[in-house]
Design a protein around this ligand. Structure first.
Ligand code: ATP
Ligand code: MG
Length: 272
């Protein structure tokens, strides 16, 4: 069956955003939000104007990490929200809008509708990158989100654990059915290395990211170690993590440059 390509009416507010990247994993708790935030911080530190969308409607975590609250949101021209600026990045989250928890019975179309509204009614202005932190799973919420968001490419996160690898495989299969190129994989929580020893402890097993990379011919961009982390601290503020995320963002930039897939502005459509 030929691929269905539907021209996207890109929302006005996203027209000046050059590249939209989604951070995905089918598995919950693997570090999508951490990777999305720290990648955004690294791109920003390299001089790119960067935004971050927390599209996790059920468990938005970025407002906590970035210490943002709904009181900081400003409505501009009645219709448009000004993003909150944190650590130099423009930021918006469902968690800043919803005073109470989102109804858990919301299904795909309602959730993706709300996320699309958030994306399109935010006054992004010119941005080099907009990073979208997505909710976990491969249900209709994620599928509808993937189909509706004007993503240029995706980055997939896993841990080395077998359960994560098998769930992430489902996520990759889902993305592969859509017109969204996967730039590469990030393995998070790869090992733990105490500061006083050279020895690495592979707490969640070893090689899960490499296994997936091989299976799907994807680049394994990074293996990010676990660290003792205070609740709302930012990994990018630690020197060794800054290096790791600067290396990740370099690989992402290189891959985008070398990717000869036209960075089209097309809504991904399922092909079967
Ligand atoms: N490399 C790491 N070292 C230490 N803690 C980490 C690391 N990566 C993530 N964490 C912590 O693990 C928890 C889960 O990470 P995070 O919220 O980023 O995962 P997620 O995939 O976005 O989860 P969800 O599926 O719920 O959205 C968080 O408390 C986060 O701060
Ligand atoms: Mg998250």
């Amino acid at each position: 069956m030929p691929k269905k390509e539907v021209s996207l009416r890109i929302p006005e507010s996203l027209r000046k955003v050059k590249t939209i990247l989604g951070v995905f994993s089918a598995k919950g708790g693997v570090g999508k939000s951490e990777i999305a935030l720290n990648l955004a911080l690294s791109l920003k530190s390299k001089g790119y104007s960067t935004g971050l969308v927390d599209a996790d409607i059920y468990g938005p975590s970025q407002p906590l990490l970035l210490d943002a609250s709904s009181g900081e949101l400003e409505v501009k021209d009645k219709e448009l929200l000004s993003p909150v600026v944190k650590e130099g990045i423009k930021f918006i989250s469902m968690g800043l809008i919803a005073k109470e928890r989102m109804p858990v019975i919301w299904r795909g179309p309602m959730v993706s509708g709300a996320v699309m509204q958030l994306l399109s009614q935010t006054d992004w202005q010119d941005l080099d990158f907009l990073i979208i932190d997505t909710p976990p799973g491969t249900g209709d919420v994620q599928l509808t989100l993937l189909q509706r968001m004007p993503l240029n490419a995706a980055i997939v996160v896993t841990t080395p654990q077998k359960v994560s690898v098998s769930d992430t495989r489902k996520g990759i299969e889902m993305i592969n059915k859509l017109d969204v190129p996967i730039l590469g994989l990030v393995e998070n929580m790869s090992f733990f290395q105490p500061t006083d020893t050279e020895k690495k402890y592979y707490l969640f097993g070893k090689g899960g990211g490499a296994e997936l990379a091989k299976e799907y011919s994807l680049d394994l961009f990074s293996e990010i170690p676990l660290t003792e982390k205070e609740d709302f601290s930012i990994l990018y503020e630690k020197e060794n993590y800054r290096k790791l995320f600067d290396d990740l963002s370099k690989k992402v930039l290189d891959k985008l440059k070398s990717s000869n897939k036209k960075m089209n502005q097309i809504i991904p459509q399922i092909t079967e």
